[in-house]
Design a protein around this ligand. Structure first.
Ligand code: UD1
Length: 418
């Protein structure tokens, strides 16, 4: 994989369009397998996790391909229940395929999903919920086998933690289970509402998505539709914290402000000027070093865990001491040790990242170890003086189509080197 060469210290200026959300696209690609006919998912970014999803869909016997910027997905009558290990191990989102394969084949065989090593990431809630709906599930050290010979039935199920993935798995399962399912303790992230919007347009009967409780009446069949996913709120946060770190005046187009409330609140506390010149457009101006801030991540609508490292990268430049407390994943701050290679004063203790902001970061050699931590290294390098080289960019490519182009469009100096 190519390395990123970043020359830092430049102010960011200009305009950038925010792409569609990775975390919406991935479950929707899987949910398209529940539909009769060809689904069209519009304006899908070229991410390695999307490529892995297309490979997975084709490997299980579906037809999935790109047509321009859209992706077309169609189930076939030769679907296979097993996901190849190399694909399930390549991304966390392979877990979304358990339910569609159960629907299509009556069983699903999948090795435990891979993904960024930001925490243990068990799938017990997916399993408990599916069992409550009548699935028979065997878990082996590396594999899970799920069967529903008589189909799934509706159930009342309460998630003990509002997991995004488990809420999405159970919503898909309930869409075709016999009878009514009531899910409580659901996650409320906008990507869940987007998946519900997709499924409802396909004919699913889902009420309450985006709230704590959902009621879902199973239907016999869903029909394929065209769907445009929501904008990527974490890519928007990446640009916003990049501007907070480097200073500048940048306009983001194609954003949903309401999805960014906690992030915008933090940026204001750091001294950024934010305005909304017209619907879907957000302008950020930062004319000084950021003020220090304290942040606690949480489930939506609280500050997103995925934006934690991005905030931290901006806080490296702040005047004073910042702190971020992570509440979702145990190993979110692998990037902290890399920040220190630029001369930053940052350390992790008990899920908290403490940062003593300084102004003279110097470029260095950085190794990305996960997706958002990798993007945070790009921000830190953009704000440091001199040249940095970032390795491990395959993690970044999972969630950003081309991060060099994203920041290059607004005046940053960075390029790929093979
Ligand atoms: C999704 C997002 C990811 C984001 C995360 C939290 C996608 C593709 N990924 O991941 O970017 O960081 O939400 O907003 O949408 N948990 C269990 N048992 C389970 C499931 C989860 O204990 O069965 C725990 C996890 O270990 C974690 C917490 O619940 O501590 C949140 O995980 P979850 O919300 O499920 O995250 P993902 O869906 O994996």
């Amino acid at each position: 994989m190519a390395e990123l060469i970043v020359t830092g210290g430049r102010r960011l200026e200009g305009s950038v369009r925010i792409p569609r959300s990775k975390n919406s696209v991935l479950p929707i690609l899987a949910a398209a397998l529940l539909c009769e006919g060809e689904s069209r998912i519009c304006d899908v970014p070229c991410l390695s996790d999307v490529d892995t999803s297309l490979a997975l869909l084709n490997a299980v016997g579906a037809c999935a391909c790109r047509e321009g910027t859209d992706v077309l997905v169609c189930a076939s009558n030769q679907m296979k229940p097993s996901v190849p290990d190399s694909l399930s191990g390549a991304m966390r989102s392979s877990v979304y395929y358990i339910v569609p394969l159960l629907y299509r084949c009556g069983e699903a065989h999948i090795s435990f999903p891979g993904g960024c090593r930001i925490g243990a990431r068990p799938i017990n809630l997916h399993i408990e919920g599916l069992r409550a709906m009548g699935a028979e599930i065997e878990t082996h050290p590396n594999t899970i086998i799920c069967r529903a010979p008589k189909g799934l039935h509706g159930a009342n199920f309460c998630l003990s933690f509002p997991s995004v993935g488990a809420t999405e798995t159970l919503m898909m399962a309930a869409a075709f289970a016999k009878g009514r399912t009531v899910l409580c303790g659901c996650a409320k992230e906008p990507e869940i509402t987007d998946l519900a919007r997709f499924l409802r347009r396909c004919g699913a009967r889902i009420q309450g998505a985006g709230g704590t409780c959902m009621t879902i009446d199973g239907v016999e069949r869903l029909k394929a539709v065209a769907h445009t996913p929501i904008p990527d709120r974490i890519t928007a946060a990446t640009v916003l914290f990049g501007v907070a770190a480097c200073g500048g005046d940048v306009t983001l187009t194609g954003v949903r402000y309401s999805h960014l409330n906690a992030v915008l609140h933090t940026l204001s506390a750091m001294g950024a000027e934010l305005c909304r010149p017209e619907p879907g457009v957000l302008r950020i101006q930062m004319e000084k070093r950021p003020d220090a801030a304290f942040v606690t991540t949480g489930v939506y609508p609280e500050f997103p865990t995925d934006a934690g490292p991005l905030f931290a990268a901006a806080a490296l430049q702040a005047t004073g001491e910042s702190m971020i407390r992570e509440t979702i994943f145990e190993n979110r701050f692998a990037c902290a040790a890399e920040f220190c290679r630029l001369g930053a004063e940052a350390h992790v203790q008990n899920s908290r990242l403490y940062i003593n902001g300084i102004s003279g970061l110097k470029g260095g050699l950085l190794a990305s170890q996960d997706l958002r931590g990798g993007a945070a290294l790009v921000i830190a390098a953009l704000a440091a003086q001199g040249k940095s080289r970032i390795t491990g960019t395959e993690y970044i490519a999972r969630g950003y189509e081309d991060i060099a182009q994203l920041f290059g469009r607004i005046g940053a100096e960075l390029y790929w080197e093979k």
